[in-house]
Design a protein around this ligand. Sequence first.
Ligand code: ZN
Length: 172
Amino acid sequence: MDGIVEEQWSVFLRHWDVSRDQEVALAEMVTAEPDRHDWRVVDAAFDRLVCSECGDRLSRGPVACSACDLAHGFRYAAIETDRPGVRLGNEHAIRVNVSVVRRPQVTSDNEVLVRRLLLPVLLVGHLPSIEEAQRMSALVKRSPQAQKHILIEQAIEEIARHQRRAKRRSSK
Ligand SMILES: [Zn+2]
């Protein structure tokens, strides 16, 4: 999961020719101006800062930490750029899912489960429609605990199949 943001951070370090011992200083600069950077870089920067209130990685602390809440809100000022060939809004979906999975304590278990299972599908460029997302959250609510995981996986696989078919049709 962290690899999604770490890769971009490494590229960023190389681009600015910053050595690893200057990382924290760079992270402070990035998080001071989140609207000037890609969200993956901003999220990775937060990981490098320690929260002065709770001592966790900044923005990833417990529900009650106001400093983390504040930082968590700032991260959404960052830039999202859809990768070529993916559905519009795919990058936004990835960043929301990554953000929920990396700070699961502020979200319901059901939602964390759905978002975690959806990520691989989003990373290959799919994007569930609003109806599909609603069906999925209804499904996770009514499924018995023991079968939740498998039922959600099946629903997601179905969405991916559907979108692959639609893509093939549109490219003919
Ligand atoms: Zn905190």
